[in-house]
Design a protein around this ligand. Structure first.
Ligand SMILES: [Zn+2]
Length: 124
């Protein structure tokens, strides 16, 4: 965490229904945050910066480790994006196992753990 705090890279957050992906022509149409990314996406930006986009909606498809529906609001989505994607990227360590990283934070906060997903965007 010290390296993350010391990083000069910028982690930007926006609220939007779609995600702009650098390098993808605009006429392709920007992907929908809810339909394509479960309510949140973190996209690498030039210079090692990151941009996280959340829709502000809940994700109703997330399950806990016992397979039960896990209440998963925009605050959970934002926590996932930061613990699972932003922190590693801004120190140049790429993507780790985002759900494992999220679950470490959930454990510290005594929140139910999130189930691993075998489908993209989180294959192990
Ligand atoms: Zn993720």
């Amino acid at each position: 965490m010290d390296k993350t705090i010391a990083s000069k890279r910028v982690a930007e957050v926006e609220l939007s229904k779609t995600v702009r992906v650098p390098g993808v022509p605009e006429n392709y149409g920007d992907p929908d945050v809810d339909q394509n990314f479960g309510g949140g996406a973190t996209v690498p930006q030039p210079g090692g910066n990151t941009k996280t986009t959340i829709s502000g909606n809940s994700n109703t498809k997330v399950k806990d480790v016992d397979g039960r529906p896990l209440p998963y609001g925009p605050e959970d989505i934002l926590m996932h994006e930061f613990t699972g994607h932003v922190f590693r990227r801004i120190i140049g360590e790429g993507n780790g196992d985002a759900i494992d990283e999220e679950n470490e934070a959930r454990e510290e906060m005594n929140l139910p753990l999130r189930e691993f997903e075998s489908n993209p965007p989180h294959p192990r």
